[in-house]
Design a protein around this ligand. Sequence first.
Ligand code: ADP
Ligand code: NA
Length: 331
Amino acid sequence: PLGKRVFSGIQPTGIPHLGNYLGAIRHWVDMQQGNECIFCLVDMHAITVWQDPIQLRSQIIEQAAILMAAGIDPQKHILFNQSAVSAHARMGWIFNCVARIGWMNRMTQFKDKAGKNREAHSAGLYVYPNLMAADILTYQATCVPVGEDQRQHLELTNDIAQKFNHDYQIDFFQEVQGLIPATSARVMNLRDGSKKMSKSDPSEQGRIELLDEDDVIANKIRRAKSDSEPLPSEVEGLENRLEASNLVSIYAVMANQSVDQVLRQFGGQGFSGFKSELADALIQHIRPIREETKRLLADEAHIREMLRMGAKKASAIAEPIVSKVEEIVGF
Ligand code: ADP
Ligand code: NA
């Protein structure tokens, strides 16, 4: 009776931020209704950039707690840590051999992350999208809810699936559908509206984290970059105003309104009143997640147990699929 098999992941490299929440996590929570959902803390992706081992280990637990606090149900669905299921690495290696170097060279996220000094980055960062394809196809997931930044990696996943089918003359992998939300698929940095909000940004001022205290949220919004014009009363008035449109879009989601409705309410006003409404709305959403996370973190053994159970359930799905793929390639 279950609908789709849903897979998605998040890197345990820091505290999830508003972009992760609006672009991904809140949709994961909703999709639990009527689908079979698999949510993965992708620690193998995390180490494509060096991570402090002690911190990585504790962030895995913390992030599991945050996802549970946000509404992910590890009993009815699957929440686990990528490295705990060996199928990811096995499938990832096979896909390294299916994908072409030319395909990797076209990945814009590598270019963004590596910057000018590409030679100095890990080979893992370069082939990261092949491991992401493995994450998804190891479960034969059909639906992948992600933010806009993952669009190209999803296309690559389908290219790999097709090339595998072609190379081995077998109709094994189905097409994967991305589910990129219509709004907030790309939440921007609060201090620089030309960059996406990201865990890896060295400054925390540009992002709201799901564990930020109320006064920290209020402060970050108060100091968020805007511009000197008042809010426009129509969408056209947001053109070329990156920071203003970002704040308006965030408010629209928080208040469950369309951008048009928000502008009808605030059009003509300056940013200070609007920002204080926005801060209140964010605090109302984030406070319960923060408080529930703290409650859950008081019992780390329980979280570890949930992840162990998740890895067992994930393995049960992945193992027959990866074994079949290994057989197809001749292992
Ligand atoms: P980050 O890039 O911040 O490290 P991840 O790579 O762990 O985040 O991504 C986890 C999920 O959050 C992915 O589905 C990704 O597309 C989504 N996501 C990340 N940043 C944003 C953002 N600024 N706006 C919307 N969605 C985002
Ligand atoms: Na990302």
